[in-house]
Ligand binder design. Sequence first.
Ligand code: AMP
Ligand code: GLY
Length: 406
Amino acid sequence: MKVLVVGSGGREHALAWKLAQSDALAELHAAPGNPGIAALAHCHPIRMNDVEGLLGLCREHELDLVVIGPEAPLVAGVADHLRRAGVTVFGPGAAAARIEGSKSFAKEIMEAAGVPTAAELAAVRAPCVVKADGLAAGKGVFVCRTQAEADAAWEQARALGDSVVVEELLEGEEVSLFALTDGVDTIPLAPAQDFKRLLDGDEGPNTGGMGSYSPTPFLRPDEIDELVETVHRPVLAELAARGTPFIGLLYAGLMLTGDGPRVLEFNCRFGDPETQAILPRLEGDFLGALAGAAGGALGGVELSAGPEAAVSVVLAAAGYPDAPQAGVQIRGIEDAEAGGALVFHAGTAVRDGRLVSAGGRVLNVIGLGGSVAEAREHAYAAVERIDFPGAQFRRDVALRAVRVPG
Ligand code: AMP
Ligand code: GLY
């Protein structure tokens, strides 16, 4: 098969890395890709929202499958355009991608499908969570413990758009649970935890995610199937019943509360950086699963998670998230890889033959091991081998999981 991966982040590097291991892969292309992906795929300087450019690639290289990584092109309807032109696409059309693109639409679907979520509040009264309705790259959600925070959040959310959702503040462990789907059949992937705040101890501003690990001790294997049954399947059935079936990966962000699991959000694509910890553990025919989902034939495909754990630590540029410093030279990735780690590029570029930072989150460093504790040690040992002046990273990724008894 000839496959195109759309996107340029660490998630897309992980997708490309996993696809490249498939015997059925004939050619791998990326648009636009990044320097890490370039070692595995032909990278084309085409932006991820450029439908004509992507269609041109599909025709020129006779591509069999397009895998769209980020939410922006999905919400903008890029998958619809490609499908109408006869391309097989992994990723939902705009109507189903609204599950991520609009918080109020997600609430409406959950209510119709009977999926447990945070209750909506009629007034902006702390404690609460205030959410701008549309896509805001993680910057549209405000967790408010005081009334002053809630009032300020209301103003900020309103400034991002007219529609604002206010809901109860839930407490518990947060987990990310993904299911691949062709619109009818589903395959759950191993659960992961994501570290959204910039600083240790969940302090500092929200970011795109500073690390992840899988599996998590906070969900037992039998609970995974139960969650997919109570969360993913009803939502997929509701979307299908509305004539807008979801094809691709449905991401549920869950809070495991004392009263049971509650959905915090849905995303219409692989999570970043969870994917960087999930895919290294994945066993089975990944390309077959993506092609099966895209082609309406997921039934019969088997995927499982291997026994190893994976911990992924993000190295972010100095100044991230406000003003990440670009152009800082990075060395030592080969040393980290020689020690057994995986390094996925996110915000890198090659300038004058040197690898430099070119974004906020720059690298994902993944350690593998027989337990989360061992994987964690390997990840941080690999981080030490990378020379990236000014890099910011959390030192407590997966630390709580290591401390969970047996
Ligand atoms: P979202 O984009 O909706 O996932 O929100 C971003 C982050 O805000 C989540 O990952 C949670 O950490 C937090 N969050 C969202 N909704 C709630 C809620 N109802 N209660 C507590 N935390 C929340
Ligand atoms: N890891 C959070 C996200 O992908 O939205």
